[in-house]
Design a protein around this ligand. Sequence first.
Ligand SMILES: Nc1nc2c(c(=O)[nH]1)N[C@H]1C(S)=C(S)[C@@H](COP(=O)(O)O)O[C@H]1N2
Ligand SMILES: [Mo]
Length: 332
Amino acid sequence: MLIRSDDSGFIHPRSSEITPRAAYEGRRDMLKLLAGGMAGAALASWAARDALAQATAPGKLAALQGQKSAVPGAQTMEKLTDYKDATSYNNYYEFGTDKGDPVKNAGTLKTRPWTVEVEGLVKKPGKYGIEDLIKLSAQEERIYRLRCVEGWSMVIPWVGYSLAELIKRVEPQGSAKYVEFVTLADPKTMPFVGSRVLDWPYAEGLRMDEAMHPLTLLTFGMYGEVLPNQNGAPVRIVVPWKYGFKSAKSIVKIRFVEKEPGTAWNKAAAQEYGFYSNVNPNVDHPRWSQATERRIGDGSGLFAKRHKTLMFNGYEPQVGQLYAGMDLKKFY
Ligand SMILES: Nc1nc2c(c(=O)[nH]1)N[C@H]1C(S)=C(S)[C@@H](COP(=O)(O)O)O[C@H]1N2
Ligand SMILES: [Mo]
């Protein structure tokens, strides 16, 4: 299933296996344009570039500001990743498998109305409209590193509040041991849902104590604005000490369960992606090292400066005790 690799060695699915109808149609349109002559094609690529510049400039979306967070670990002196890079270099497989696909394709995502259903082993299950969910607790700005399993990272000012705020309100039952996040899978607006690259909907999960940890952020915005679609609008999770794929985008269900839930990447390649997926420079991915990372914006290719990857992505003082006594080579 996974055959093509980029500079990190990460293997992507072959596009011919997963090309949806929309992509075929796009290609047909492009052929028509080419037949229309170079002028047409040049105009089209100019228009595409213009649209991209629009989509990746800050100040276009609704403001969503948060107070500076006092949660330990939620601030950093590191240079922020440029908004443009954070919004145009994405993983959001529902909209395509290339880093530039989500910004081009996620315009179709309809983020209003939006409901998040809280269900399973809780005393107060319910449906939350997105506007009510945003107002449930005070918004905070948290500057977190996001470290992708592919070997790159960004530093992003996220806006949201601790997931624990929501969890406390819905009162989990004693039998609830894990929290599962189910994300939107809408074949009408998401061109790659239906492709065989992952088992849709994209789902993720956390152990209850991980979900309750104050650093786990229910996230509605970044850079003082609501989330752009490609970054998981209107609500996602950000778990800063875990590889980026644990931070599920565009969540529609939060489910409290007794048993460890299946997760999208674990189902796709169990020997490569475990349930825990803590950032750990001492546990290599079976096909590449996790010792270092490339900071997006620092340049690319062979000469890009690489940073040492830190245990738990640098959040060890805050989260290390959650895993005391666990063999992290076994629970990877
Ligand atoms: N629904 C959904 N959530 C997802 C993904 C995805 O493909 N679909 N990709 C994950 C991966 S691999 C990463 S690295 C982060 C990227 O988040 P960003 O684009 O905001 O940097 O989103 C995660 N959440
Ligand atoms: Mo990732």
